[in-house]
Design a protein. Sequence first.
Length: 256
Amino acid sequence: MSITVQKICVYPVKGLSGQALEETTLRPGDGLPGDRRFALVHASSGVDPQNPAWAQKRNFLVLSADEKLARLEARYDPESDVLTLFRKGHQVARGSLTDPTGRMLIEQFLAAFMPSGPRGNPKIVEKASEQSFTDNPENHVSIINRASVKDVERIVRAPVDPARFRGNIYLEGAEPWQEFAWVGKEITIGGVRGLVTERIDRCRATCVNPDTGEVDMNIPLSLRQGFGHIDCGVFFRVLDAGTVRAGDTLQTPSAA
């Protein structure tokens, strides 16, 4: 059975929901175009809003600490830079992320929506360099094997939404955990050749139900108990520019 791209997903704003793409063009040294281009910093963050650079996730609003974010559905238009937020299907905020007034509208909603605390109100920042606001200090594409997620269900004895792992490319047709055998090797996804660099260790963010915003599982603990590690998914570094489309085939090393 061939291994294919089941879904491509981009997360324009770190910590908010992603959106599916039919295709994406990748280039060396970069992640998905627009992925984690924006982020939400809190007032006590060490990030300079005027010149925001990559920083550790404790400087941002993220699901591991701010699970209520999962109750929002984010829709971003890359043509206009307009972000629209929905809750339970109803629009609750809308504004352009590259316009001061638009950012203010989103920030005002989030200040009221998120619990108040010593960190202060969130501010929207846009990356000032090629480095996106990912948890990893190097740009990568994250790959999730849906068969591995299915195997996690066996351990937790409940359905596990693959969206908990916030991947960029979701695969189907592989064997469970087959992706770990690709680390250190080159693979080709559609028209893109790249190197699988490392496994992705998982944090508390995976404990948050992506639909309800409730912490209803302990995925890292289940991984540890069931498999002896806390990893799910791998990082992919692009070597040759090209296009990946939903339905494309993945070519793996012959040894894998």
